[in-house]
Design a protein around this ligand. Structure first.
Ligand code: ZN
Ligand code: ZN
Length: 126
């Protein structure tokens, strides 16, 4: 059976059905040890521990400046790397969500409302 469509490799043109590249030219997606280590350093046990510690010791939300709130657990929020140990700071979950919502909103609401209808010229009836 022939199966799916074959596509030519973008590099050599050899037909392949694995994607856009043949086996020889497909981008290497395998994490190199270096990459893995970096990732692990960012989100590995150390990160988890730090995030947990931040949630446990949080006293003030770095977004709204408020203290602990009922039903609003702390989350370790990413801040500018270097500004805090590990680049994490405590934030209310709601604040954290609001932040991402707002960012989303701001980018979506890019068009300034049309100013049509304003400054209507004088109608002169003769
Ligand atoms: Zn190829
Ligand atoms: Zn907050």
């Amino acid at each position: 059976m022939t199966g799916r469509f074959n596509r030519p490799c973008l590099t050599c043109g050899q037909l392949t059905r694995r994607g856009s590249y043949c086996d020889t030219h497909k981008p290497v997606k395998v994490d190199s040890p270096e990459r893995k280590a970096k990732k692990a350093a960012r989100y590995g046990p150390a990160y988890q521990r730090l995030a947990k510690q931040i949630r446990q010791t949080a006293t003030r939300c770095h977004l709204c400046g408020g203290g602990p709130r009922d039903g609003d657990p702390w989350e370790a929020d990413h801040v500018i790397p270097g500004s805090m140990a590990g680049g994490l700071a405590p934030a209310h979950r709601s604040c954290n969500q609001k932040k991402s919502n707002k960012l989303d909103d701001d980018t979506r609401r890019g068009n300034p409302g049309g100013g049509a209808g304003q400054g209507r010229p004088h109608e002169s009836n003769n």
